[in-house]
Write a protein of this length. Structure first.
Lengths: 119, 108
């Protein structure tokens, strides 16, 4: 059974870079599925951040595109999110999730990690 | 940018039928997906490809599609179904995804 686990600093200073990692267990990250990041600000709805596909092709939310990078580390069976120049509006629970081949859904999710941006 | 529109809230009594709609222009060409989110828990996929139910999801959960609107239905609502429900779909290009604003289902 695949499991995903987010990790990273719970507190990031304004204007700095938020960096999170999603460790994948029970499944090889190179074996055909794809990967995504989603966030939920406190009291608000889900927001898609971006996805990464085969050969590293990635797509990002237009509203975040200029600040976001998603990458895969096959040696560690994990993928990562970097969000630059953060502000208080980036405070949220951040989730990583798995995308099936030829699918547009998020079938398995990590438990989420709260990241607070402080001034 | 592409948007999906959901009602903010729906309320039903136990045993009744709850229907949550999601509207978006690209839904005539792209599938919709539905997630259940309970406080403090990760989202759970409850419907994929408009109407398919993942393994382990109760049969009372169903989905349908008509034109630019998809509908998520819970037949015979149970107290444990109280949660926020989100639709999700790609835009017409298929590359950029979006979530609806979410609907809070209250079981009276």
């Amino acid at each position: 059974q695949v499991q995903l686990q987010e990790s990273g600093p719970g507190l990031v200073k304004s204007s700095e870079t938020l960096s999170l990692t999603c460790a994948v267990s029970g499944y090889s990250i190179t074996s055909g599925y794809f990967w995504g990041w989603i966030r939920q600000p406190p009291g608000k709805g889900l927001e898609w951040i971006g996805n990464i596909y085969r050969n590293g092709t990635s797509y990002y939310s237009p509203s975040l595109k200029s600040r976001v990078t998603i990458s895969v580390d096959t040696s560690k069976n994990q993928f990562s999110l970097k969000l630059r120049s953060v502000t208080a509006r980036d405070t949220a629970v951040y989730y990583c999730a798995r995308i099936p081949p030829a699918g547009s859904e998020l079938t398995h999710w990590g438990q989420g990690t709260l990241v607070t941006v402080s001034s | 940018s592409y948007e999906l529109t959901q009602p903010p809230s729906v309320s039903v009594s136990p045993g009744q039928t709850a229907r949550i709609t999601c509207s978006g222009n690209a839904l005539t060409k792209k599938y919709a997906y539905w997630y259940q989110v309970k406080p403090g828990q990760a989202p759970v996929l409850v419907i994929y490809k408009d109407r398919e139910r993942p393994s382990g999801i109760p049969e009372r959960f169903s989905g349908s599609s008509s034109g630019t609107t998809v509908t998520f239905t819970i037949s015979g609502v149970q107290p444990e179904d109280e949660a926020d429900y989100y639709c999700q779909s790609p835009d017409s290009s298929g590359s950029y995804w979006v979530f609806g604003g979410g609907t809070k289902l209250t079981v009276l």
